[in-house]
Structure formats: C-alpha cells, structure tokens
Write a new protein. Structure first.
Length: 476
C-alpha cells in the first residue's frame, strides 16, 4: 500500500519528462538505462564484481558468482524414480531425523459398518489444519512437515536475485524475497496428490528508489509444482502461474496436481516412489532472475486392490512417504484394554509371556525412531504365511507340541479367546523363524474390536503387503 502511495506522489511531483527520471535518480540507474543489453554481442560477458546480493538465512536462492563465469542456460533435469530400497532408506532417514510420525489413535475411532470416507483432494485447504501444521517446528525445514500420510505442509523463503546485462557485464540490480506457504493432500481416489501454494509476503531489497517503486514489484514470478521424474513416470498439471510480485500476496491459494502413471509401476501393486518439487523462475522484462528448484518431497503411489471396507474400495492412492507409520493402542480404551495390556507385556517383559522362554525377542515396539529390524510388515489375510501364523498360535494356546510345558493355562472363562502378538497378519507373526511371539487369553469383544481397529489402521495408513514398516505403541 505504501509503495503505491509513494509511487503516485512521485509521479505527480516530478516535473521533468519521464524519460529523464533515471538520470535524475542517480548515475547507476542512468548507466543501466544507457546500456541496454545488445542481443547481437558475441564477446564473452564479464560479470561485475562490485555490489553483491545479501544472504537471506534459510532462503532458496540461485546465485551468479560475480567475477566468475556468466550464468549457464537453465536445463530441466529429469530422472528415474527411486527403487523401493532407496525410497525406504530415504524416508526412514528423513522421518527419524525430524521425528515425523504418522500417529493413528484407534481410541478415537468408532467401530461401525460404515466405511471410511474417500480421501479426495479438496478445492481449498482447511485453514485450521494448515495453521496447526505450520505451527510445528518441522514446517520451515526443507522437506516440510508430514503430519501423516495424507497431509503435509511447508513454509519457506525464496530469494530471487536480479541481474541485468550492462554492456558486456552482468550487474546486480536487487533481490525480491518471497515468503510462501504450502499444503499438500494425499488421496485414495486417484494416483495423485494435490499441492497448494500461496505467497504471504514479498520484501524488495537493494533496489534503487525508482526500481523499488516501478520495477521490482512489476517483475513476474513464475511458479509451478513439478514431478522430478520424466513423463514416463509422472506429470504435473496445470502449468506455470506467472504473476507480478505485487499481486502474489493477494492471489491466495494456487494449486497443482501431481499424477503417477500406473503403466510404469512395479509389481502387483504397481508401486512407484516419486519426488516432486517447486520450480521458480523470476526472469522478466529484461531482468535475469535465475530459475531455481525447491527441495524435493517424497511420495509413494500404488494401485493395490486389497484396500476395502465393506462395499467400499480404495484401489488407487498416493501418500506422503517420509513418515513413520505408527499404530497406538491405549490401556485406557475399555474396548481393547486386555489386548493393549497383552501387547505391552510382550514388548516390555517378553520373557514373562507365554509360551515361556528366556531371551525372547519380540519386534514391533515403537521407540520414537525407526530402528531397522524391529518393524512389523503386513502380509495377505488368509494367505500361506497368515495361516502358518494362526496354526502356530493355536498350538501354543492349546499347549500342543512343542508347547506342552510352556503354553498358557486354560482361561477361567471358557468364552475367552487366545490373542497373539505380533499379529497374525504380519510377517513377524508366530510362525516367523526370526522372532519370538506371545499369546494370552482375552475377552472375545476385546479381541474382535482390536482386530477391526487393526484392519482400519492398515486402510488409513495405506500399509502395503510386505513393503511398509510399521510400529505399535501402547499408550497410558
């Protein structure tokens, strides 16, 4: 607002012809006006090593090394998607470093026959959700903050450093510093995510008075979200949003969709691991503002056909991947407290659980960071591994060989059912040759409700067969 008022005042106050104003505002502006770039020049340009742009802490920036070579033409660099092992390693590293945990609390989930809602991309972000996310300490980090597999946010600064050709030299003119916010949604109605972007503030630095009023705000900043891989694997739509800096803070949310191509997917679930990024380009009106890519964000897309609840099906999805999948059962949840107590004992005091043994190693405990080798991994329901886990559990519960002396005593209430941990639906279940297990009799309602909540967890955190690590925490 103050820039517009000052601009109007100067236009009214200045009595010399407008073509003379640059000279009146100083020798630097006058020299720039006299030395317009000559497109016919063939001699090698010489960067001007005089005035240098400021360094904005934490801001994205693409600099010209003054006194060195001139800027090279910008090249779009595309690559292949990450392999599953590399993607898991990168996701684990980022999530562990920043404490990014996808917390799913079944105590807040109602057990009904109504299937979960389809996670569609909204037309505009939920402001309360965005504010809560951006208030987290992780939001300003380069990779942003992954709240869970379905929602992500980030706030950053971008410094666009402007140069001009003055004769055969590259001369620094000024910098536009953009503060912006982003919000992203995973979805399970499509192989894609939706990214929202908005500018909250623009700060103009180092410009001459004339350029501060009439040039810097009217330069154009082009923005788009883009897939880091080639079109074989994914694409983004729509294209660039090219808007003057002065208008950006008033535009509100812009949005892009990143689509994953099922035809390029791997395995039965057609899985692909993508990285997407922002692309910024400030060059306009004869000023050079070099393009720059923002930090990459990791997502995973699949076409798994086994995500169903009742009559509802969720056969395609993309999720934010740099987060620790994490299921919480609560000891204070009366629906499942006996199951929660069993898992707590198995994780904390494994040698006290049935079948009795010393030195038992039971995996899956959530300890705040991912520890390779202790996660659980989902397997198909009623498949060979699931049936083997169930059979081994039954042998222990009924004290059949080899558990005649180590299995649990019969329950006082004959209606109680035998619960096992790790779950029968995991690779680490009772039949695993690499891990130990625990069984305990619990009320049938607790056993059945805990099983339903586990199935809902698999659906809500999009846990794929054999591929996703996940952990279990017992709260309270």
């Amino acid at each position: 607002m103050w820039l517009r008022r000052l601009r109007c005042f100067l236009l009214l106050a200045i009595s010399v012809p407008i073509m003379l104003v640059p000279a009146a505002l100083g020798p630097a502006a006058s020299a720039a006006a006299r030395n317009a770039p000559d497109p016919g020049k063939t001699s090698k340009p010489v960067p001007d090593a005089g005035r240098k742009p400021p360094k904005i802490p934490g801001a994205l920036v693409q600099r010209v090394e003054l006194g060195g070579d001139p800027p090279a033409p910008f090249e779009e660099k595309k690559r292949k998607p990450l392999t599953p092992d590399r993607a898991r390693e990168e996701a684990r590293r980022i999530a562990s470093r920043h404490g990014e945990v996808s917390k799913y609390d079944p105590s807040k989930v109602k057990v009904t026959d109504e299937p979960p809602r389809v996670k569609r991309a909204p037309d505009v972000p939920d402001e309360e959700q965005v504010r809560s996310c951006l208030s987290d300490d992780a939001a300003p980090r380069p990779t942003g903050h992954v709240v869970n597999r379905w929602f992500w946010c980030r706030k950053q600064k971008l410094q666009v450093i402007y140069y001009r050709w003055v004769g055969a030299r590259i001369v620094y003119q000024g910098s536009n510093v953009v503060s912006y916010e982003e919000a992203g949604y995973g979805r399970n109605d499509e192989r894609g995510i939706r990214v929202f972007f908005r500018v909250t503030d623009v700060d103009y630095q180092d410009w001459s008075l004339w350029d501060l009023l009439f040039t810097a705000p009217n330069l154009t900043l082009s923005v788009r979200a883009d897939c880091s891989e080639s079109f074989t694997y994914c694409h983004a739509a729509p294209g660039d949003a090219a808007i003057p800096y002065a208008a950006w803070p008033n535009v509100g949310w812009m949005r892009w969709d990143i689509y994953s191509h099922e035809s390029a997917g791997n395995g039965a679930d057609k899985v692909l691991y993508h990285r997407w990024r922002d692309r910024f380009d400030g060059s306009s009106n004869g000023y050079i503002g070099l393009p720059v890519y923002g930090p990459e964000v990791l997502i995973r897309c699949d076409s798994a056909t086994y995500f169903n609840q009742g009559q509802a099906s969720y056969p395609k999805a993309c999720v934010y991947y740099s987060v620790i999948p994490h299921l919480t059962y609560s000891l204070s949840d009366p629906r499942i407290e006996r199951v929660a107590a069993h898992i707590y004992a198995a994780q904390q005091l494994p040698d006290s659980t049935y079948p009795l043994a010393t030195g038992k190693r039971i995996p899956g405990k959530y300890i705040g960071t991912t520890s390779p080798g202790t996660a659980l991994h989902r397997i198909p329901y009623d498949g060979p591994a699931w049936r083997a886990n169930s059979a081994e559990k039954d042998r222990a519960c009924l004290r059949r060989p080899p558990y005649q002396e180590t299995g649990p005593p019969p329950p006082d209430d004959p209606s109680w059912q035998c619960d096992e941990y790790p779950f029968a639906s995991t690779k680490e279940g009772a039949a695993s040759p690499d891990w130990d297990f625990s069984v305990r009799y619990v009320p049938p309602s607790h056993n059945s409700t805990a099983g339903t909540l586990l199935r809902l967890y698999y659906l809500n955190d999009r846990i794929l067969y054999d591929q996703d690590d996940f952990y279990v925490e017992i709260a309270n």
